[in-house]
Design a protein. Sequence first.
Length: 254
Amino acid sequence: MKKLVIAILIITSLYSCKKDGGTSPTAFAYNISSVNEVFSSPDSNVYSKIYKFIYDINSNLVHISYYNSTNDKYGNLSVDSGSQSFYYKQNESFPRNYTSIYRKSFYTWTSISNDTLIYNSQGRVMVDSVLLGSGKSSSYRYYYSGDIINITQWDGNSIGKDTIVLINGNLIKMGWGFAYGDSYTRSNYSNYPNPFYNPTIANMLGALFTDGYWFDGLSINLPDLGSANVTTDSQGRIIKVTGMGNGITTITYK
């Protein structure tokens, strides 16, 4: 079971493993694409999402928040919201810990988890140890072999396995236990850059974001946008997508 299910495939909603001891990764300079805010709504009267990204003075990603609101046919509002906060040691450009908070309007409780991250010598997340608010713990371990990333989860009772497959830098398959036929596939990609992709972050935390279904932090390009109308800025970054009906996505950068 995923730590936090956040479906941030928002734009398209409109239409050999080497053992590593966990050494500290070599520090590298961030050159993040700097997404500030994403707003998406297939129909603003029914359903909308807002995602915000916050960075520190060194351009390190320190906070992600989302707000997902839905109105049913009776006009009842349901809100699904949460955040992830990342913590860095002084003079380091990779987070050692992060906290996830998840709330739902019809729940009487808030889910909070605290995670510790360990990296391999290539600067990629190798272990994500989770301490849940109830005192329970689980861990995720990431194994990299070329364009294949295997993830195992231990929740204290059983082991789960996930697999991510990339081709030409884009995700084509992600499986949550292939033996049960539980997988997600994608074949067609556009020439538009993925606003959530950055080489540094993809190398460091891309597997965590993607496998946790926060957002696709691994693919270089966006999936095929079909007949959607796309507006880009002077750097070729998407700032607006309009789809069928009242659907719209807007993206701002810092």
